[in-house]
Design a binder for this molecule. Structure first.
Ligand code: PEP
Ligand code: MN
Length: 333
């Protein structure tokens, strides 16, 4: 349930109402916007007398929120969320350009890619140190050493680092990571999500291979209900009957999610297509469709990449794409 307060209500009256609602056993989420204050009521609202609340002098309107997701519901937060990662902002008109290799392979590789994507206008560096791989015989990342190499690349370029955490046991290693990525395969690892909810760190939550938007939002809810509100969603393609692409990029998810939630929506055209040539057109389409950012795999030597070379752009291809993304942003932003 949400309670929209009238414009100009005093802090004292607002706090009185909040205390009264809390006494009914509810948690209250306060969204103080420029034009209105919205109180989001979380918990069993069956004991709330809607007519009574609506009749209060300071209340403008009361609405039931029927969706099962509350914390990430746009009805609770009419204004889009801006996630701040140091000086980098994402959401509400701030566009994220996250680029880097699928996996961190060596210091030379990650530093060189970081420098080239930074020069091309990237705002954050991606790179996997802990890699979920379909085959147990494939390269699964440099693990703790990979995280150290990412930090070196950050020091060299100033780019915040985005990297995947697969197992909660590894969390202590991620203290100095700027954004923790939850991979598609872990989108419904509820224990992991709960733990990430206790952190004061932005989370990039990728949509599962076969998950609905409602399920994605319920996963965001796990993180947020535990206290961490800094969640960014990522559409990375879903499993369909597509035969020539790795996945199917669900671009309608972007405007749909914008209606449902205030969280930023990032698009990953690399995993969505699996083919480097398809990455630029899909990245541009996502930008035109209102995405709050892109996450793109870039490798200095894609043919010899230890993971996802076929979908990785070369640095110069990324630079060309970044230029075009800026042009599209000039039109749609
Ligand atoms: C990745 O970003 O390298 C990755 C493994 O992505 P996803 O979880 O979307 O497959
Ligand atoms: Mn990858």
């Amino acid at each position: 349930m949400i309670v929209v307060l009238k414009h100009g209500v005093t802090e004292e009256k607002k706090q009185q109402l909040i205390a009264w609602l809390q006494a009914l056993g509810l948690r209250i989420h306060i969204s103080d916007g420029e034009f209105q204050t919205v109180l989001g009521l979380i918990g069993d609202t069956s004991s709330v007398d809607i007519d009574l609340v609506e009749s209060l002098e300071i209340v403008d309107s009361v609405k039931r929120v029927t969706e099962p997701f509350k914390c990430c519901n746009r009805k609770f937060h009419p204004e889009s969320l801006v996630v701040e990662i140091g000086d980098v902002k994402v959401g509400a008109g701030n566009f994220a350009m996250i680029a880097g290799p699928c996996s961190v392979e060596s210091e030379e590789q990650i530093v060189s890619v970081a420098k080239s994507v930074k020069a091309a206008g990237a705002t954050m560096l991606r790179g996997g140190a802990f890699k979920p791989r379909t085959s147990p015989y494939d390269f699964a990342g440099l693990k703790a050493e990979g995280l150290e190499l990412l930090k070196i690349a950050r020091k060299e370029t100033g780019l915040p680092i985005v990297t995947e955490l697969m197992n909660i046991m590894d969390l202590p290693l991620f203290d100095d990571v700027d954004v923790i990525q939850v991979g598609a395969r872990n989108m419904q690892n509820f224990d992991l999500l709960r733990e990430l909810g206790r952190l004061d760190k932005p989370i990039l939550l990728k949509r599962g291979l076969a998950n609905t938007l409602k399920e994605l939002l319920m996963s965001a809810e796990y993180i947020m209900a535990n206290g961490n509100e800094r969640v960014m969603l990522c559409e990375r393609g879903i499993r369909t009957f597509s035969d020539y692409t790795r996945n199917t990029l669900d671009l309608a998810a972007v405007p749909m999610l914008h209606q449902l939630t205030h969280l930023p929506v990032i698009v990953d055209p690399s995993h969505a297509t699996g083919i480097a040539k398809l990455v630029p057109p899909m990245a541009l389409a996502a930008t035109a469709g209102g995405a709050d950012g892109l996450i793109i795999e870039v490798h200095n030597d894609p043919i010899h990449a230890l993971c996802d070379g076929a979908q990785s752009l070369r640095p110069e291809e990324f630079a060309e794409l970044a230029e075009k993304v800026r042009s599209i942003r000039g039109i749609v932003a």
